[in-house]
Ligand binder design. Structure first.
Ligand code: KG4
Ligand code: ZN
Length: 346
């Protein structure tokens, strides 16, 4: 069955067509992502009203491009299911995708499933490879993005237990804020990790907030503030080497906490696999450390293909496939929920 996904929760207008094959694989036939990053960069972050305006302008052309790339000329007959992100995300941005999807569902006479954005990120692991049909669950998911930092125990598709989450900033947000302090621009994550490659991670000692506490919750605002004070103590004007050393030291601290909490969670629950997802899963150090942790624990690790770490609509289509096949009825009117919580998505 071919599934067409639509994602407009933040600053990427994305439309994808995937083929859900009988062997359990999901083959992306088209995965179009139109990024607004350049437009938001001068504001240092995403401006919701501008994001909505751009989505409204782009969603039609991106949809047409996805159909063309997937070789679909008659979507009403060639596509079996429509999927759209219903939350969490920026309200005005989500509304554009939802309205487009609902109109399309009505026009084409196709069922429409609303998917949770974070459920989508988790399902990015099902793209670009054939996942084992058995032995995965419970899977311990480390879900890390610009808005979320969560440890999620996945008992099955759609059956999630949130073990811990951030009490303040998300880890991706911390990368973005530290990048701003280092005057690297937006989005900060990729720029910090690139700069960190030239720095010494032991150059500065930064705090590992809540790393030793019993809870599986996270806190990243203190780490960002520690970087702010460090820059001030260094006199405010930094050399290129100092910037690289700060980036490397910050990245080391941020990843350290993620890995130590994941290790702790794996010790507390009967886990059969580790999974990483969300925009921050593009971070090379994090990918390496999670792989090492899985080896240490004797568990398989699933880390998304780099093509699917950031926001995309293929992952939304996979998440929708699973909720559709487990019999969750596709609502007539998929409603937007900007504050939707994972595990309560239907
Ligand atoms: O999942 P995503 O694309 O959007 C949200 O749902 O938030 O995640 C975006 C976040 C941003 O904070 C960005 O800085 C971060 O992911 N990110 C990274 C890297 N690539 C993207 N953080 C650390 N290292 C990276 N290589
Ligand atoms: Zn995301």
């Amino acid at each position: 069955m071919k599934i067409l996904g639509i994602e407009t929760s933040c600053d990427e207008t994305a439309v994808a067509v995937i083929d859900a094959r009988p062997d359990g694989s999901f083959v992306p036939l088209a995965n179009i992502v139109s990024s607004q990053v350049a437009m938001h960069e001068r504001f240092g972050g995403v401006v919701p009203a501008l994001a909505a305006r751009e989505h409204a302008a782009n969603v039609g052309p991106v949809f047409a491009q996805a159909l063309a790339e997937a070789g679909i000329t008659d979507p009403a007959h060639e596509v079996g299911l429509l999927a759209v992100t219903r939350g969490p995300g920026l309200g005005p941005a989500l509304l554009v995708g939802l309205t487009f999807a609902r109109t399309l569902a009505w026009k084409l006479g196709l069922p429409l499933v609303g998917a949770d954005h974070m459920d989508g990120h988790i399902h990015s692991n099902w793209l670009g490879r054939t996942m084992p049909a058995a032995g995965l669950f419970p899977a311990l998911n480390l879900v890390v993005s610009g808005g979320h930092t969560e440890l999620v125990l996945m008992h099955d598709h759609g059956n999630y237990e949130i073990l811990g989450e951030t009490r303040d900033d998300a880890v991706g947000e911390a990368f973005d804020k530290v990048a701003r302090l280092l005057e690297l621009g937006y989005p900060g994550g990729p720029r910090i990790s690139r700069l960190a490659a030239d720095g010494n991670p032991a150059a500065f000692t930064l705090p590992r907030p809540m790393a030793d506490s019993d809870t599986l919750d996270f806190s990243y605002s203190g780490l960002k503030t520690a970087v702010l004070y460090l820059i001030r103590d260094l006199g405010g004007t930094l050399t290129e080497q100092q910037k690289a050393d700060i980036a490397a030291s910050f990245q080391e601290a941020a990843v350290d906490v993620l890995i130590s909490k994941t290790r702790r969670a794996a010790g507390m629950h009967p886990v059969r696999s580790l999974m990483l997802s969300g925009g921050v899963s593009a971070n090379r150090l994090l990918r390496e450390r999670l792989t090492s942790l899985a080896t240490e624990l004797g568990l398989p690790a699933f880390i998304p293909d780099m093509a699917y770490t950031g926001d995309n609509a293929a992952m939304i289509a996979v998440a929708a496939y699973f909720s559709h096949t487990r019999g969750v009825p596709a609502p007539d009117h998929v409603a937007m929920d900007a504050n939707l919580r994972l595990g309560h998505n239907q």
